[in-house]
Design a protein around this ligand. Structure first.
Ligand code: HEM
Ligand SMILES: *[C@@H]1O[C@H](CO)[C@@H](O)[C@H](O)[C@H]1NC(C)=O
Ligand SMILES: *[C@@H]1O[C@H](CO)[C@@H](O)[C@H](O)[C@H]1NC(C)=O
Ligand SMILES: *[C@@H]1O[C@H](CO)[C@@H](O)[C@H](O)[C@H]1NC(C)=O
Ligand SMILES: CC(=O)N[C@H]1CO[C@H](CO)[C@@H](O)[C@@H]1O
Length: 323
């Protein structure tokens, strides 16, 4: 009899544990029912102030998830300059992404104090910026807790470089449970936003001894890039990554790749390598297929390394651990 009761308790305990440890679309249904509309309002206001809100928030989410998991660790500000956001890889994260999360969190705290994690607010804000740029929308899984570690030294090697090969891209995404198709779809985020000249200048001036300009770059596009980014250009200069529809979240990125107008080597390789080319052509020709793949991949990205249940904390201020 006692053994059976014990087993029953164990079973109930295991079910509870499992429920607690998983993300769910209805996580805040009772504790903060208006969460989505509060975040939406804060994000819309921020977008009306600056378009940069859109690419900056989207990239911030990606960088957060790939380093320590989606736990808002990228938001932490360190007085010593040794937090995740201070790493060289993060040097170009635009301040407007951080500001978007801070503003949305402040709005959420007014109605549901101490309940919603910064990690979840970043995930919701990211869905919002994509939708408001004309991209697809999706249901965001919630229940992430905020992380307790944010170190610049833990960034290196976890984020892909713009000169990465297909194998390197696949390896780094696979470590985050993302497939090659997920990786290609997520790269479509480069349909909005900016890049500094230094991230692709090698393709214009020093590609190889026999060919200073990368032969995989359309010649007219290469000339336009050289005009925008002359050698020794001001390092603060940044250009649109999608030269055709820079402010719209569409499948133009893939059409650009087919036209040899991918900005980074890591973009163009998705078309030049025969193993990924069919997916690029599919996404270039069928926006619906891209949108569906992007949704699938964003939901998977949002599960990377998440802390749930009692792990981590619900930060009061997204830029600081609770004291
Ligand atoms: C596949 C590997 C990837 C590489 C090598 C890569 C690399 C880069 C680089 C070098 C920049 C320019 C940064 C600058 O100079 O300011 C950039 C910008 C950006 N990336 Fe990626 N990225 C990758 C994947 C992703 C993913 C998965 C997302 C999101 C889902 C993303 C979203 C963005 C956005 C939105 C920007 C523009 C940021 C802004 O305008 O503030 N990237 N990326
Ligand atoms: C990419 O650039 C970095 C830094 O310049 C270099 O260390 C690395 O070897 C390059 N990777 C490839 C695949 O060319
Ligand atoms: C294409 O990518 C695969 C990995 O998916 C790699 O094995 C192969 O060497 C690449 N091909 C070229 C021509 O770089
Ligand atoms: C990848 O998925 C496995 C199995 O679900 C999980 O144990 C692991 O933590 C995941 N990795 C990341 C980085 O999220
Ligand atoms: C070292 C460094 O410049 N880090 C930067 C990382 O990104 C944040 C947000 O834009 C900057 O404030 C830091 O200066």
């Amino acid at each position: 009899m006692e053994v059976r009761t014990g087993l029953m308790l164990l079973l109930v305990f295991m079910i509870l544990q499992k429920g607690e440890g998983q993300l769910s679309e209805t996580f805040y249904q009772n504790t903060c029912p208006k969460l989505e509309s509060i975040v939406k309002q804060a994000v819309s206001k921020k977008i009306s102030q600056t378009f940069v809100t859109i690419p900056a928030t989207l990239r911030l989410f990606f960088h957060d998830c790939f380093v320590e998991g989606c736990d808002a660790s990228v938001m932490i500000a360190s007085p010593n300059g040794d937090a995740e956001k201070d790493a060289p890889d993060n040097l170009s994260l635009a301040g407007d992404g951080f500001d978007t999360v801070i503003k949305a969190k402040q709005a959420v705290e007014k109605q549901c104090p101490g309940v919603v994690s910064c990690a979840d607010i970043l995930a919701l804000a990211t869905k919002e910026v994509v939708a408001q740029a004309g991209g697809p929308s999706w249901k965001v899984e919630l229940g992430r807790r905020d992380g307790l570690i944010s170190q610049a030294s833990r960034v290196a090697g976890n984020l892909p470089e713009p000169n990465a090969t297909l194998i390197q891209l696949n390896t780094i995404f696979a470590k985050n449970n993302l497939t090659q198709t997920d990786m290609i779809a997520l790269s479509g985020a480069h349909t909005v936003g900016f890049s500094h000249c230094s991230r692709f200048a090698n393709r214009l001036y020093s590609f190889s001894p026999s060919s200073p300009v990368d032969p995989d770059l359309d010649t007219t596009y290469a000339q336009q890039l050289m005009q925008a980014c002359p050698q020794n250009v001001d390092p603060r200069i940044a250009i649109n990554m999608d030269p055709q529809t820079p402010q719209t979240f569409d499948n133009m990125y893939f059409q650009n790749l087919v036209a040899k107008k991918g900005l980074f080597t890591s973009d163009e390789v998705l078309f030049t390598n025969s193993s990924s080319q069919p997916t690029v052509i599919d996404f270039a020709q069928n926006p619906g297929n891209f949108n569906a793949a992007f949704i699938t991949a964003m939901r998977k990205l949002g599960r990377v390394g998440v802390k749930t249940g009692q792990a981590g904390q619900i930060r009061v201020d997204c830029t600081a651990f609770n004291s």
